[in-house]
Ligand binder design. Structure first.
Ligand code: ADP
Length: 665
């Protein structure tokens, strides 16, 4: 991303640089041309006026001759000298009536010219004819001069009346030292890095005739100025000796600025990118941290609009979670929750509930506990932030709440148990204490009194005495047996309680082995035969041989608990014990026709100290630990205990022991 941006910025700056450099080059060339144009204009003015002055010399002589055709040589000389003045580059002025030179100034150095017939010089004749035909001044040359050297020859047509009174055509020639004239006009082949050249601007085909300088100047796209002399037009060309600038004056400066701009732009991009990455990382860390929270978290800004919330917070809203988008008002989120029936306590009084809740939200001083539709309990903690926003936590305290409820239930059960156990312990203890008192003072027994009376009565016979002794012994035996029963019950109670404590502390071990289940069940049934007989309840049990893999003592304990309950809670009918085996389990089914257990009580009967009738005045004894211990023991065997019950019709308990390969011994 950064590389792309950097490349784009650098490319853009490069393009700008190229454009600026190109514009600068154009401007530099424009400036240079403008400069040369101005120099060219000055030079062309100089030369045009210079040539005009020299043309005036020719024209003045021509005009004089037209008026005074018989101008004497002396006058001509005088006139020419006058007109020439300080124009030292005028080499000579010649008059040629009928195209034969008759007068020349200055005469001495040009005497050889006198008598020159232009007809004999085709190189001169052309310019002469042009002047005569056009009636305009023609400038020829630079040509080789008769007197030697080169010069520009200005031909001025003139009509002179001859001796016969006829007008005849003649030519006044003004010969100008081209080098001196050009030098005086400021023209140099090369000066201060500028090349100059002049050529004749002719319409005729072929290469134009050079007057001054090199033809190459015209090929170097020079600036052109024009010089007009008579009907002739010259082109003055100026160009820089080193050629036109290929690069602008400020190119290096522009390049330097561009490089600096590129460096600054890339550094800025780098900085912005780093800052963006840093803030991105910080934001991601914040989001990760918020998402890692075990609690729901949400942040609202000072306008009470959602800024951010984590997944746990969203989960609370179930189907309404779609509304939890940044920018949503807290109130709207609350309304959405109400619309989805999220808060059971608000049902039927939604408006009032929302207003109360908003009051808490806007001024959150304490925490509130809220129950949600799915049974979850939430502790809501909200605090104002320094910028006027609100930060909110939703702590799931369902476990805590359940644990508290369980603890309270356990506490209640314990209290109930203590009451029961108090009763359970007191009853046998009272019996033990009471009967032991009698046994400790046998003289208070009725049978003892009767025996004493018989011994004191001399009429008593042996048979009477023997019967009295038997009844005394029987009474003490009864008392002793009651003490024994109560003591046994107490011992069981202590035993059960200790077992439960062991299980709870995880220190109860089992020692499974192959056990003859049929014999074990027959033995257990025997224990309850008397109690069942008394109520007329039949106990039917299977007799086919079954072997099981279990701890024999614990198996017995489980069977005694479950069969004992079946007999205890069955007043009429029967208790049936059957066995089923499949590949995986051996199931022992104990079905009774007793009072049964209401559906609402079924989930509790395996809880510790829990009894359908937990009151002190209940009809049946028991500690409420039997089934809890049995379930734990079954689980230690890798098995399970289940119950189904039809209140009023009876209950069926199923003990499922997993089968093992070695159970047959
Ligand atoms: P207890 O020592 O009271 O028998 P248990 O844990 O063995 O304790 O049983 C818990 C309670 O379950 C009993 O108090 C009784 O209310 C109910 N219960 C257990 N077995 C039966 C059954 N076969 N028929 C009806 N109720 C039963």
């Amino acid at each position: 991303m950064f590389v792309l941006q950097a490349v784009a910025v650098v490319a853009l700056l490069f393009l700008i640089n190229v454009t600026l450099v190109r514009n600068d080059t154009r401007q530099t060339v424009r400036d240079a041309r403008q400069n040369l144009l101005e120099q060219g204009a000055a030079l062309s003015i100089n030369m045009t006026t210079g040539l005009a002055h020299r043309a005036i010399v020719g024209q003045a002589i021509a005009a004089t001759l037209e008026r005074f055709p018989d101008l004497s040589e002396q006058d001509f000389d005088h006139l020419a000298a006058e007109l020439r003045g300080d124009m030292q580059d005028i080499l000579n002025i010649a008059l040629a009536p009928e195209l034969v030179v008759t007068l020349v100034y200055p005469l001495a150095p040009n005497r050889s010219v006198i008598g020159l017939d232009y007809h004999s010089r085709p190189d001169f004749l052309e310019s002469v004819k042009q002047a005569l035909e056009s009636g305009e001044i023609v400038v020829a040359g630079p040509d080789k001069l008769v007197q030697g050297g080169t010069g520009l020859i200005m031909r001025v047509p003139v009509e002179i009346r001859n001796a016969n009174g006829l007008d005849e055509q003649g030519i006044v020639s003004v010969v100008i030292d081209d080098k001196a004239f050009f030098a005086a006009s400021g023209l140099k082949v090369e000066s201060e890095g500028i090349q100059m050249a002049i050529r004749r601007d002719t319409d005729t085909a072929g290469s134009p005739q050079m007057i001054f300088g090199e033809p190459s100047v015209f090929a170097a796209s020079p600036v052109i100025s024009t010089i007009v002399v008579g009907n002739e037009i010259w082109q003055l060309a100026l160009c820089p000796t080193a050629g036109w600038p290929a690069i602008g004056d400020r190119a290096n400066r522009i390049r330097a600025v561009t490089v600096v701009a590129m460096l600054v732009a890339v550094s800025l991009l780098l900085l912005v990118n780093r800052l963006r990455r840093r803030s991105e990382t910080a934001r991601r860390q914040l989001v990760d941290a918020i998402d890692a929270l075990d609690d729901g978290f949400a942040l609202f800004d000072s306008d009470d609009r959602l800024v951010i919330c984590n997944e746990k917070y969203r989960k609370l809203y179930g189907d309404g979670a779609d509304l939890l988008v940044p920018g949503r008002l807290y109130r709207e989120i609350g309304e959405a929750g109400l619309a989805h029936g999220l808060f059971p306590e608000a049902i039927g009084r939604e408006r009032e509930w929302l207003e109360n809740h908003m009051r808490f939200h806007l001024n959150p001083k304490k925490t509130i506990i809220q129950k949600l539709q799915d049974g979850t309990w939430m502790r809501i903690v909200e605090r104002r932030t320094s910028d006027g926003g609100t930060v909110g936590f939703r702590v799931d305290i369902t476990e805590l709440k359940r644990a508290r409820e369980t603890a309270e239930a356990a506490n209640r059960a314990m209290t109930e148990f203590l009451n029961n156990i108090n009763h359970e312990i007191r009853t046998p203890l009272s019996a033990i204490v009471g009967f032991i008192r009698f046994l400790a003072r046998p003289e208070t027994l009725k049978s003892h009194q009767a025996l004493k009376n018989l011994i004191a009565d001399p009429s008593s016979d042996k048979a009477q005495l023997s019967a009295a002794i038997d009844s005394y012994v029987a009474e003490t035996k009864t008392f002793a047996s009651r003490v024994e029963t109560s003591a046994t019950h107490l011992a069981e109670l202590v035993h059960d309680t200790l077992d439960m404590a062991k299980i709870q502390n995880g220190v109860l071990d089992i020692n499974p082995q192959s056990v003859d289940l049929t014999a074990t069940i027959a033995d257990c049934v025997q224990q309850f035969a008397h109690e069942a007989d008394k109520k007329g309840v039949r106990i039917n049990h299977f007799t086919q041989p079954v072997t099981i893999w279990a701890d024999p003592l614990r198996l017995r304990q489980i069977l005694i608990n479950v069969i004992g309950n079946a007999v205890k809670f069955t007043d009429a009918g029967s208790v049936g014990i059957s066995c089923k085996q499949d590949a995986r389990y051996t199931s022992i089914i104990i079905a009774d026709t007793g009072c049964g257990i209401a559906a609402k009580h079924l989930p509790h009967i395996f809880q510790k100290f829990w009894q359908v009738d937990g009151s002190v005045t209940r009809a049946h004894g028991g500690t409420g630990l039997g089934l809890a211990i049995s379930r734990e023991l079954m689980e230690l065997h890798g098995g399970k205990i289940d119950v189904i019950s039809d209140p009023g019709a009876g209950s069926t308990f199923t003990l499922r022991f997993p089968r093992v390969a070695s159970e047959g011994g």
